[in-house]
Design a protein around this ligand. Structure first.
Ligand SMILES: C[S@@+](CC[C@H](N)C(=O)[O-])C[C@H]1O[C@@H](n2cnc3c(N)ncnc32)[C@H](O)[C@@H]1O
Length: 328
């Protein structure tokens, strides 16, 4: 027997305890409570944790490179610093989002999804994930913060790889808090932007500040969207199966001027068996929405079936690709 294979499967089988430990430590804000090193007892007192339990949690995380533990002294690593609120690429909001009840429920239902091929969340919550958040504004704002957090590296990669200067009016559809659009406008002083999302999301985005060239519109992208010279759908299409994604694309197609461009910005699933974030996200998509992460070819087909032709694909190098399409 291969001992490494045995151990890998055994550790994966109990992986949800590792994940729960990460969630707990992030919730307690442990990483924010010291700069370089600290004593476990002091961290426990400051965060309201049980010292013995916290030490065991930190020992487990340190075995995965999140913190280092030497006796009773805890130190930071590159990974543990990503749990800090003040890190420019902080992943704490993303960790807190995956710690939400609605994510644990969906993850626990994955075995059931494998037989039904259906999503778990809409069975439990009317209106699925978006209905769940509509009734829980505090959790919804954590989701919005998670989207900002996961997008920090993506936005940098996108800005470095695409020329936004030819487009005077840029519309970000399902743009969340506007992290991408605000960054584009900061780069392109002549451009104006329209951020479009659901009403509660837009209300929160507006409260975060209204730079002069950014307008806000709320609505339902299954009904209508604002027109732009450049229309963006970033990590929106992956939330929907082909039929619903087709309806969104046709709504965009109906609004798009003949010479507009559409950017579908998504993490493509690579060929081959290497570990890749898209393959994990794909199962999140199945359990939450009965949707999927797609390959480049999937996007080409989906766009062609709904009034667009792919005019270029850019791999940003930030685990996200820009699929540019034009109306046909
Ligand atoms: C996965 S998030 C992506 C956010 C952002 N584009 C990004 O990549 O960081 C999907 C977005 O679609 C929005 N959304 C969901 N249903 C919508 C609808 N029917 N009309 C408009 N926006 C919707 C959500 O509120 C959310 O902001």
């Amino acid at each position: 027997m291969d001992a490494a294979a045995f151990d890998m499967v055994r550790q994966l089988a109990a992986g949800h305890y590792l994940v729960g430990t990460l969630h707990g430590v992030a919730r307690l804000g442990v990483a924010d409570r010291f700069d370089s090193t600290a004593q476990v007892a002091d961290l426990a007192a400051a965060s309201g944790a049980d010292p013995g339990a916290l030490r065991r949690a930190l020992r487990l995380l340190a075995s995965r490179g999140i913190f280092v533990l030497a006796g009773e002294e805890v130190g930071h690593t590159e990974a543990s610093r990503l749990l800090r609120e003040d890190h420019p690429a902080s992943l704490r909001p993303l960790v807190l989002m995956f710690a939400q009840e609605v994510q644990w429920q969906a993850a626990a239902a994955v075995p059931e999804c494998l037989t039904t091929g259906e999503a778990a969340t809409p069975r439990r919550h009317e209106g699925g994930l978006w209905g769940y958040y509509a009734g829980r504004p505090d959790e919804a704002r954590i989701f919005d913060a998670a989207m900002r957090s996961k997008a920090v590296a993506q936005v940098a990669g996108i800005l470095a790889s695409y020329d936004f200067s030819p487009y005077p009016r840029i519309v970000d559809i399902g743009g969340g808090q506007g992290h991408l659009l605000r960054a584009i406008l900061a780069r392109e002083p002549a451009a104006r932007g329209v951020l479009f999302d659901q009403p509660a999301v837009i209300e929160a985005a507006r409260a975060a500040g209204e730079p002069g060239r950014l307008a806000f519109e709320s609505g339902d992208f299954f009904r209508s969207v604002p027109a732009g010279d450049l229309m963006i759908l970033m990590e929106v299409i992956h939330d929907w199966d082909d039929a619903a994604a087709g309806r969104i694309l046709r709504t965009v197609r109906a609004a798009a001027p003949a010479d507009a461009r559409l950017l579908v910005i998504e993490t493509e699933v690579p060929e081959g068996n290497e570990p890749h974030w898209s393959k994990l996200l794909d199962l999140v998509m199945l359990a939450q929405f009965a949707s999927l992460q797609r390959t480049r070819e999937d996007y080409r087909r989906l766009l062609a079936a709904n009034g667009f032709a792919v005019s270029g694909v850019v791999d940003t190098g930030a685990d996200i690709s820009i699929i540019e399409a034009r109306p046909v």
